[in-house]
Design a protein around this ligand. Structure first.
Ligand SMILES: Cc1ncc(C[n+]2csc(CCOP(=O)(O)OP(=O)(O)O)c2C)c(N)n1
Ligand SMILES: [Mg+2]
Length: 559
């Protein structure tokens, strides 16, 4: 039987359907009308967004939560460049994602036609693969390859440009088979070597990071940690990879890290690095392990062979996905005695003390320690926390105990403006889970427009917006490096509660600690997307040090 003749747009959308795509995020453009038309009759849900940065971040969050490529459609030129932060996030976070971009007609190339851009050149270094389709008959091949590239090895973003006339041209071609995720398994000899190394260790520690995890893989790793009484830390913004309330959990390698955790890793004799790259932030600017040869015995497990030996030369390198590695751990048996179990207890106790918000006091009438304490009491463990970049994020990272896989959406690339779109993406996917955004006054307005998308699709996300009237993180760095010389970091802010209401959501201003709990209750019961506009004293720049104290310390050091 011969295949029917279809438009390029129809062939493309048919490929998406057969690869299991159930949701796309987009901002429309006249450059890809034929694809939009094919989507009209497809069994694919569409989220229409307000800016391509938001759409791309939603797709990235979708990829992070499902392990399947998040799909985003944007128009050519400015649509594509607007989407670029989402591509960069997917790259640094190893998230599978495919961005489809409209493109000028083939016959107009190289004239700098309206919104023309060379996507291979513009996105080549940013994406895992960037290409352009020249012939509608090649959609099955190219889209299939895109799904394989996005999900295999170290996952990442793919960019595919769609010339307008390729989308409207008819072609007769058979569909591709559904893609498969390519697994990389550890060999039995490697697992035997790992067991030997663990049996010889005195102070081992595990560090978990990267992508290609699953709920099941996390549970398997938990069981392994229990058999070995192994202390386990998570890398920057990967806290959902190990339950914080487990006796083996010892904290995360983020910004403003527990110094005792760093000391423990430095003193370890064996480091089991699973899935992560231990890049600049978790490695504390590449100071945690020696480069290239760490003094600890390093066992590095990564799904991409080119990451093994890239920065750190491992004692034992295992090219495997965390899911496959976690499965293989079931066959690794502990030694008769575990000399490190007392140390693990001390490390867990240190984490508990470090992450206890109860005693935290800082300047101002709204005390964030108390706010976090209340959230810990009332929000369920399946609450998905989303944030972008700024000092405000410390409150979540340090004081919220992540206990479940799939509950943390935060960019390791430190991209501001991620929280709101990530929350919209998450709530579209998981309508039954509470979704909370932590945002700063600077961070929020980078993609705050997607609050309109939350309203449009009736997604009751909750934004805890911490307003300190400045780009506080940069001000903090200024006070450290150039004390007293405040430059380009102050902000004059709108009434964010009124902003929420103007969009059709729920908004409330919170100025005092005791007002937070009832305001939270009202926001949650409103059933609407909500913003709690929390007024934070600018002095409360970190949980432990005020802005003035940072300035005074820097001045004293200069003199
Ligand atoms: C897209 C982007 N632009 C700029 C920066 C640099 N940057 C990092 S944190 C920050 C300030 C964040 O301000 P705010 O959201 O108000 O949080 P605060 O630090 O005040 O808590 C800036 C400008 C960044 N990380 N990402
Ligand atoms: Mg701020």
């Amino acid at each position: 039987m011969t295949a029917p003749s279809r438009t390029g747009g129809q062939i493309l959308v048919d490929q998406l359907t057969l690869h299991g795509v159930d949701h796309i995020f987009c901002v429309p453009g006249e450059s890809y009308l034929a694809a939009l038309d094919a989507l009209h009759d497809a069994n694919i849900t569409i989220t229409v967004c307000r800016q391509e940065g938001g759409a791309a971040m939603m797709a990235e969050a979708y990829g992070k939560l499902t392990g399947r490529p998040g799909i985003c459609f944007v128009t050519r030129g400015p649509g594509a460049t607007n989407a670029s932060p989402g591509i960069h996030i997917a790259k640094q976070d190893s998230t599978p994602m495919i961005l489809f971009v409209g493109q000028i007609e083939r016959g107009m190339r190289e004239r700098e036609a309206f919104q023309e851009l060379d996507y291979r050149a513009a996105f080549g270094p940013l994406a895992k693969w960037a290409t352009e389709v020249d012939d509608p008959a090649r959609f099955p091949e190219i889209v299939s390859r895109a799904f394989h590239v996005a999900t295999s090895g170290r996952p990442g973003p793919v960019v595919i440009a769609l010339p307008e006339d390729v989308l409207t041209e008819m072609a007769t071609v058979a569909d591709a088979p559904r893609y498969q995720v390519i697994e990389t398994h550890p060999g039995p000899a490697q697992m035997a070597e790992l067991q030997k190394l663990l049996h010889g260790a005195k102070k081992p520690v595990a560090l978990l990071g990267g992508s290609r995890w699953s709920e099941d893989a996390v549970q398997r790793f938990v069981r392994f940690a229990e058999r070995f009484e192994l202390p386990v830390a998570c890398t920057f913004r990967r806290q959902m990879l190990f339950p914080a309330d487990h006796a083996s959990y010892i904290g995360d390698l983020g910004l403003g890290v527990n110094p005792k955790l760093l000391a423990r890793i430095k003193e370890a004799d064996l480091v089991l690095l699973v899935g992560g790259r231990l890049s600049e932030i978790p490695s504390q600017a590449y100071t945690l392990l020696d480069i290239p040869a760490p003094k600890q015995t390093l066992v590095h497990i990564h799904p991409d062979s080119s990451e093994l030996g890239r920065v750190y030369a491992p004692h034992l390198a295992i090219n495997a996905s965390p899911t496959a590695f976690a499965a293989a751990l079931e066959g690794v048996h502990p030694p008769a005695s575990l000399p490190w179990s007392e140390g693990k207890k001390a490390a867990h106790d240190s984490y508990l003390a470090w992450s206890d918000p109860g005693e935290i006091k800082h300047p101002g009438a709204l005390q964030m320690g108390q706010v976090m304490r209340h959230l810990r009491e009332v929000m369920p463990t399946d609450t998905i926390f989303c944030n972008g970049a700024g000092n405000f994020a410390t409150w979540v990272h340090r004081f919220w105990p992540f206990r479940q896989y799939g509950t943390q959406l935060a960019p390791t690339s430190g991209s501001m403006g991620y929280g709101v779109p990530a929350a919209v993406g998450a709530k579209r996917l998981r309508p039954d889970s509470p979704v909370v955004v932590f945002a700063g006054d600077g961070d929020f307005l980078m993609n705050g427009q997607e609050f309109a998308t939350a309203v449009q699709y009736d997604l009751p996300i909750l934004v805890v917006l911490l307003d300190n009237g400045m780009y506080g993180t940069i001000r903090m760095h200024q006070e450290r490096e150039y004390p007293g010389r405040v430059s380009a970091t102050m902000l004059q802010n709108p009434d964010f509660a009124a902003y929420a209401r103007a969009f059709g959501g729920y908004g409330e201003r919170v100025e005092m600690t005791e007002d937070f709990a009832p305001a939270l209750q009202r926001a949650l019961t409103s059933g609407k997307p909500a913003i709690l506009h929390c007024i934070l004293d600018p002095e409360a720049i970190t949980p432990s040090m005020s802005l003035s104290a940072i300035r005074e310390k820097a001045l004293a050091e200069k003199n």
